[in-house]
Design a protein around this ligand. Structure first.
Ligand code: MG
Ligand code: ZN
Length: 360
């Protein structure tokens, strides 16, 4: 009798243990089909607060329920550059400033785009800089130095990026190595469009669309709704893949306004980015299958909102510095799996969290 009771006792313990185990193993979140990472280059909280204070439309940042904080330091500097910043998200490892998709020993590491491609998903980048600039390049290239633009252009031939829209056509022909990357891409199944007039949507599974020799014009120079139209075009093409897609949309010039310590430049770029976030959130709300992550690689300019002596209900935007700073940046998440992006973590954790969600 005593023995039987002991057996029942241990069986009960085993059952409780098994129940707990299955509870911890079963993910409580839903796996998204698509992931849209939106990077406001140089977009800290001061940039968001100040630009949105001057904007009367819908504040896209207020549409997120899950908000986290990302620590942006690189492997060799408390203050990161955009190469190390985007690479941390793309490969999940801290690296040195100026690195593109390589670790601190300059070794290429498997990034989110490659992981996605291996599982049959499509990939894309849409930016207002050159498509070869540090932020987008970190997602599809593995290059030791962010300034080796001709090498970055050639690495599009590794086919890790199905769609790229932005500037940068000067690095595809008239090169030091005499190669014609436009032609090589076409031989590899890419449509290559070089057209700096108004953006025209196309339907193609694989294309490179370049609308400027290097970076795109500023909003203040009449870029208009390029980023919105280009992002929509990329999403429409990528979503034809029923396996899903992962893409990166960048508000590249929020950073450039900071380097120029020019508040109006930054503000116009951020308001443009805000409208693209609103569009992406509308799409994600409708399809219920898309995780949207909005973050920054770092803050630029040490922007402060100081007291305005003349108009007490307004502030005076003041840049303290024309370079990047080391303050944490926000992470906004929406859609299936968004809940795991709350909290405070290193920028590399964004890679880890995406991997965890996608079970890659
Ligand atoms: Mg950038
Ligand atoms: Zn910068």
């Amino acid at each position: 009798m005593h023995k039987l009771r002991t057996i029942i006792f241990y069986l009960t313990l085993a059952c409780i243990a098994a129940a707990n185990l299955s509870f911890t193993l079963a993910p409580s979140y839903t796996k998204p089909r698509n992931i849209i990472i939106m990077i406001g280059d140089g977009m800290g909280l001061a940039q968001i607060s100040s630009a949105m204070a001057f904007y009367n439309g819908i504040n896209a940042f207020e549409r997120f329920n899950v908000i986290g904080l990302s620590k942006t330091s690189s492997a060799d500097n408390y203050v990161t550059d955009s190469g190390a910043g985007a690479t941390a998200i793309s490969i999940g490892k801290k690296t040195y400033n100026n690195a593109i998709g390589v670790d601190k020993d300059s070794l290429p590491q498997t990034g989110l785009f490659e992981l996605a491609k291996k599982r049959g998903l499509s990939t894309g980048v849409v930016v207002t800089s050159s498509i070869l600039h540090a932020t987008p390049a970190s997602f599809y290239a593995h290059i030791k130095n962010r300034r080796w633009y001709e090498d970055i252009a050639a690495s599009l031939l590794n086919k890790q990026c199905d769609i790229a829209i932005g500037g940068g056509y000067q690095f595809f022909s008239n090169r030091k190595d005499k190669r014609d990357i436009t032609q090589e891409l076409q031989q590899n199944g890419y449509e290559v469009i070089i057209d700096s007039s108004e953006f025209k949507p196309i339907i193609k599974p694989r294309f490179i669309y370049m609308a400027a020799a290097d970076g795109m014009p500023k909003m203040q120079q009449g870029r208009g709704d390029f980023l919105q139209k280009a992002s929509l075009c990329a999403i429409e093409n990528l979503s034809k893949n029923k396996q899903g897609y992962i893409m990166m949309i960048e508000g590249s010039q929020i950073d450039w306004g900071g380097h120029e310590m020019n508040f109006d430049y930054m503000k116009a770029e951020l308001i443009d980015f805000n409208s693209v976030i609103n569009m992406v959130l509308n799409i994600a709300t409708e399809d219920k299958n898309t995780l949207v992550i909005v973050t920054a690689d770092h803050e630029t300019g040490g922007l402060a909102l100081t007291e305005n002596d003349k108009q007490h209900k307004q502030f005076k935007p003041q840049y303290t510095y024309n370079e990047h700073t080391g303050i944490m940046v926000p992470v906004f998440a929406f859609g299936p799996g968004a809940e795991i992006f709350g909290g405070m973590y290193e920028n590399t954790a964004i890679f880890d969290k995406i991997n965890q969600l996608m079970m890659w």
